[in-house]
Design a protein around this ligand. Structure first.
Ligand code: HEC
Length: 124
C-alpha cells in the first residue's frame, strides 16, 4: 500500500490536496513502473546502465528534479527524453496539461520543505 503523508505546510505550496490525489492516480497508471513506489526511482540514478542510458531518477526530492522549474518539469513530462537520447517517454498524447500539473504535485508532495523552498527560490 502507498502511504501518503500530507504535510501541514503543503498549504503554502502551489498545489492543493485535490491535485495530489488526482496526481497519485496518474502516477500509479503511468510512472510507477519506472520511477517506483513513492517516486523513489533508482538509487543509483547517476550511473549509466548497461544499456547506455541513465536509470529513472527519484522524483521525491532526493535527486535532481527540484533543479527544474515548473515549466521545465512540464516539458520533460510532455516531451520525454528523446531530444537528449533519454528513455523517459513522452506523455504529450496521453496526459493533458492539467494531468501533468497534478502528477507533478504528487511527486512534489514528497519533497520536504527545505527542498521545496529551494525550488521555489529558483522559480522566482
Ligand atoms: C519507461 C520508463 C519511464 C516512465 C514510464 C516514466 N519515466 Fe520519467 N524518466 C525516465 C528516465 C530513464 C529518466 C531519466 C532521463 C531520461 O533517460 O530520459 C526520466 C526522467 C524524468 C524526469 C526528470 C527528472 C530529473 O531529475 O531531471 C521527470 C520529472 C520524470 N521523468 C517524470 C515522469 C513522470 C511524471 C512520469 C509519468 C507520467 C514518468 N516520468 C514516466 C523513465 C521513465
Amino acid at each position: 500500500m502507498l502511504i501518503y503523508v500530507y504535510n501541514s505546510n503543503d498549504n503554502e505550496r502551489w498545489y492543493k490536496k485535490e491535485n495530489v490525489i488526482a496526481g497519485k492516480k496518474i502516477y500509479l497508471e503511468n510512472c510507477i513502473s519506472c520511477h517506483k513506489i513513492n517516486a523513489q526511482g533508482i538509487s543509483k540514478w547517476k550511473k549509466i546502465n548497461k544499456n547506455g542510458h541513465y536509470p529513472p531518477p527519484p522524483l521525491n526530492g532526493s535527486a535532481h528534479s527540484w533543479h527544474h522549474s515548473l515549466v521545465s518539469l512540464k516539458n520533460i513530462i510532455s516531451d520525454g527524453g528523446k531530444s537528449y537520447d533519454g528513455l523517459m517517454p513522452s506523455f504529450k498524447n496521453t496526459l493533458n496539461e492539467n494531468e501533468i500539473k497534478n502528477v507533478i504535485s504528487y511527486f512534489q508532495s514528497f519533497w520536504n520543505n527545505e527542498i521545496y523552498n529551494l525550488w521555489q527560490k529558483n522559480e522566482k
